[in-house]
Design a protein around this ligand. Structure first.
Ligand code: HEC
Ligand code: HEC
Ligand code: HEC
Ligand code: HEC
Ligand code: HEC
Ligand code: HEC
Ligand code: HEC
Ligand code: HEC
Ligand code: HEC
Ligand code: HEC
Length: 316
C-alpha cells in the first residue's frame, strides 16, 4: 500500500465522524445534550423525568387539551417506564427543561426535527400490525411526508384519529389532481363521503403498488365491497383474476358508465379478443360477431363478464 493511500484510509473515519456530527446537528434535544443519539433513544436515568403533571404547571392550556386525547392513556400505563409516558414520551426527559425555567434547548421541539426523526418518535409506539409496520417503505415516507403531515397531537381539527383534516380534503391537500377524477360523471362517491380513499389505499403503507390494501390484482381491495365479483366461478374470465379489476375499470372516476376504461364496451373487449368477421365462420368459433351488426353490444349476450357458474362463454 502506498503512503498516500494509507493517509486517505486514516482520514476516512475522521470524515465519517465529521459528517455524522454535521447531520446529527442540533435536532435531537430529548437526550438533554447528547446530540449524536438517534431521535428515539432516551436516557435510562429515570430521575431525568418529571412526569406530565409537572409540565402542566407551566403549560396548562396544552395540558388541558391533551388530556382529552387518546395519548393521555400513556400516563396510566407504567409498563414502559417514564420514557413511554405522557408528555415526555414524545418531548423527551424534561428535568433540565424545568430546572432551566423552560429552557427550549433542553426539550424536543418537533419543528426542529427532520421528517424521519418525527416518524421514528411516533413509531416507537406505533409500529405494529399490518396497518403500521410498513410506513418506511411508502411513497409517503420516501417523499418527506411524516406522521404529523396528517396527524396533529395538539391541534387536530378532527378529534377522531387526531387528523389535521378529514378525508378526502386531507388527501386532496397534496393530491389535488385526484379531486378532478372524483368529480367525473361516473365515480366512486368519495367526495360525498360514501367511500374513503383509505378503504382502497393504506396511507400507512404495505407491499403493493400504489399503496393498495390488498393483492396485486387489486382483488381484495375491490372485493371488500363488491363481494359478488369475487367468485370463485366454474368459468372464470381470465383477466379478472390475472390483471384484476383495473384491466377494464378506472378505479377513481371515468367519463364512461360503469367506470369503464373505454367509451364503448366492444372496443374494450376487442383490445384482447380478435373475433372473426367472417359471417360463415362455423362453431365452435361461434358466430361471426360482425361489428356493424348486433354483435357490438357484447354484454347483451355475454352478460356475466366477471365469471359464471353456468356458461363457458358467460351467457348467464
Ligand atoms: C404523542 C406525542 C406527543 C405528546 C404525548 C405530547 N406532545 Fe407536545 N408536541 C408533539 C408534536 C408532534 C408537536 C408539534 C406540533 C403538532 O404536531 O401538534 C408538539 C408541540 C408541542 C409544543 C409546542 C407548541 C406547538 O403547538 O407547536 C408544546 C409547548 C408541547 N408540545 C407541549 C406538550 C406538553 C406539555 C405535553 C403533555 C401535556 C405534550 N406536549 C405531549 C407531540 C407530543
Ligand atoms: C417552569 C415552567 C415550565 C415547566 C415546568 C415546563 N415548561 Fe416547557 N416551557 C416553559 C417556557 C417558559 C417555555 C417557552 C420558552 C421560550 O419561549 O423561550 C417552554 C417551552 C416548551 C416547549 C417549546 C414550545 C415552543 O413554542 O417551541 C416545549 C415543547 C415544552 N416547553 C415542553 C414541556 C414539557 C414536555 C414539560 C414537562 C416535561 C415542560 N415543558 C415543563 C416553561 C416550562
Ligand atoms: C397521508 C396521511 C397519513 C400519514 C402520513 C399517517 N397517517 Fe395515520 N391515519 C391517517 C388517516 C386518514 C387515518 C384514519 C383512517 C380512517 O379513517 O379509517 C389514520 C389513522 C391512524 C391511527 C388510528 C387507526 C389505526 O390504524 O390504529 C393511528 C394510530 C395512526 N394513524 C398513526 C400514524 C402514525 C404513527 C404515522 C406515522 C408513522 C401515521 N399515522 C401517518 C392518515 C395518515
Ligand atoms: C408512548 C407511546 C406513544 C407514542 C410515542 C405515540 N403514541 Fe400515538 N397513541 C399511543 C396510545 C397508547 C394511543 C391510544 C391507543 C388506544 O386508544 O387504543 C395512541 C393513539 C394514537 C392515534 C389514534 C387516535 C384515535 O383517535 O384513535 C393517533 C392518530 C396517534 N396515536 C398518532 C401518534 C403520532 C402522530 C405520534 C408521534 C408524534 C404518536 N402517536 C406517538 C401511544 C403513543
Ligand atoms: C403532505 C402531503 C400528502 C398528504 C396529506 C397525502 N399524500 Fe399521498 N403522497 C404524497 C406524496 C409526496 C406522494 C409521492 C409522490 C406521488 O406519488 O404523488 C404520495 C403518494 C401517494 C400514493 C401513491 C403511492 C404510489 O406508490 O404510487 C397514494 C396511493 C397516496 N399518496 C394516497 C394518499 C391518501 C389516501 C391520502 C389521504 C389519507 C394522502 N395520500 C395524503 C403526499 C401526500
Ligand atoms: C375504489 C378504490 C379506490 C379509492 C376509493 C381511491 N383509490 Fe386511488 N387508486 C386505486 C387503484 C386501484 C389504483 C391503481 C390504479 C392502477 O393500477 O391503474 C389507485 C391509484 C392511486 C394513486 C397512484 C396512481 C396515480 O393515479 O397517481 C394515487 C396517488 C391515488 N390512487 C390516490 C387516491 C386518493 C387521494 C384517493 C381519495 C381521494 C383515492 N386514491 C381513492 C383505487 C382507489
Ligand atoms: C369501500 C367500498 C368499495 C370499494 C373498496 C370499492 N367499491 Fe366500487 N363501488 C362502491 C359503491 C358504494 C358503488 C356504488 C356507487 C354509487 O352508487 O355512487 C361502487 C360502484 C362501482 C362501479 C360502478 C357500478 C355502476 O353500476 O356504475 C364499479 C365499476 C366499481 N365500483 C368498481 C370497483 C373497483 C374496480 C374497485 C377496486 C379498485 C372498487 N370498486 C372498490 C363501493 C366500493
Ligand atoms: C374483462 C373486463 C372486466 C374486468 C376485468 C372487470 N370488469 Fe367489471 N365490468 C365490466 C363490464 C364490461 C361492465 C359493464 C357490464 C354491463 O354494462 O352490462 C362491468 C360492470 C361492473 C360493475 C357494475 C355492474 C355490475 O355488474 O355490478 C361493477 C360493480 C364491476 N364491474 C366491478 C368489477 C370488479 C370489482 C372487478 C374486479 C374483480 C371487475 N369489475 C373486473 C368489465 C370488467
Ligand atoms: C384484458 C384482456 C381481456 C379483456 C379486456 C376481455 N377479455 Fe375476454 N378473455 C380474456 C382471456 C385471456 C380469456 C381466456 C382465453 C382463453 O382461455 O383462451 C378470455 C375469455 C373470454 C371468453 C370465453 C371464451 C374463450 O375464448 O375462452 C369470453 C366469451 C370473453 N372472454 C368475452 C369477453 C368480453 C365480452 C369482453 C368485454 C366485456 C372481454 N372478454 C374482455 C381476456 C380479455
Ligand atoms: C348477439 C349475441 C352476441 C353478442 C352481442 C356477442 N357475442 Fe360473442 N358469442 C355469441 C355466441 C352465440 C357465441 C358462441 C357461443 C358458443 O360457442 O357456445 C359467442 C362466442 C364468443 C367468444 C368465444 C368464441 C370466440 O369466437 O372466440 C368470444 C371471445 C366472444 N363471443 C366475444 C364477444 C365480444 C368481444 C363481443 C362484442 C364485441 C361479443 N362476443 C358479442 C354471441 C354474441
Amino acid at each position: 500500500m502506498t503512503h498516500a493511500r494509507k493517509r486517505v484510509l486514516l482520514l476516512l473515519p475522521c470524515l465519517a465522524a465529521a459528517i455524522l456530527l454535521l447531520f446529527s446537528g442540533p435536532l435531537v434535544a430529548d437526550s438533554g445534550g447528547d446530540k449524536s443519539r438517534p431521535a428515539t433513544a432516551r436516557p435510562q436515568d429515570t430521575s431525568q423525568y418529571v412526569g406530565s403533571d409537572a409540565c402542566m404547571a407551566c403549560h396548562e392550556d396544552v395540558f388541558k387539551k391533551w388530556e382529552t386525547t387518546p395519548h393521555y392513556k400513556t400516563t396510566l400505563d407504567t409498563r414502559g417506564g417514564p420514557a413511554k409516558q405522557g408528555c415526555e414520551a414524545c418531548h423527551g426527559a424534561g428535568a433540565e427543561h424545568v430546572a432551566g425555567g423552560g429552557d427550549k434547548t433542553k426539550i424536543t421541539l418537533f419543528k426542529e426535527l427532520r421528517t424521519r426523526q418525527v416518524t421514528e418518535k411516533c413509531q416507537s409506539c406505533h409500529q405494529y400490525g399490518v396497518e403500521h409496520s410498513n410506513f418506511n417503505r411508502t411513497a409517503h415516507s420516501n417523499n418527506d411526508v411524516s406522521c404529523i403531515s396528517c396527524h396533529s397531537v395538539h391541534k387536530a381539527r378532527e378529534a377522531q384519529f387526531l387528523l389535521v383534516k378529514a378525508q378526502p380534503e386531507l388527501c386532496y391537500s397534496c393530491h389535488l389532481d385526484k379531486k378532478a377524477e372524483f368529480n367525473k360523471p361516473f365515480r366512486h362517491r368519495v367526495n360525498e363521503g360514501l367511500v374513503k380513499c383509505t378503504e382502497c389505499h393504506n396511507q400507512h403503507g404495505g407491499f403493493l403498488t400504489a399503496q393498495l390494501r390488498a393483492t396485486n390484482a387489486q382483488d381484495t381491495t375491490c372485493f371488500k365491497c363488491h363481494v359478488e365479483k369475487a367468485g370463485p366461478f366454474v368459468f372464470e374470465h381470465a383477466p379478472v383474476k390475472t390483471e384484476g379489476c383495473v384491466a377494464c375499470h378506472t378505479p377513481h372516476g371515468s367519463t364512461n358508465p360503469r367506470l369503464l376504461k373505454r367509451s364503448q364496451i366492444n372496443l374494450l373487449c376487442l383490445e384482447c379478443h380478435t373475433l372473426s368477421s367472417d359471417i360463415a365462420s362455423p362453431p365452435p368459433a361461434g358466430p361471426a360477431h360482425n361489428q356493424t351488426q348486433k354483435y357490438q353490444a357484447c354484454t347483451l349476450c355475454h352478460v356475466t363478464v366477471h365469471g359464471s357458474n353456468h356458461s363457458a362463454v358467460f351467457f348467464k
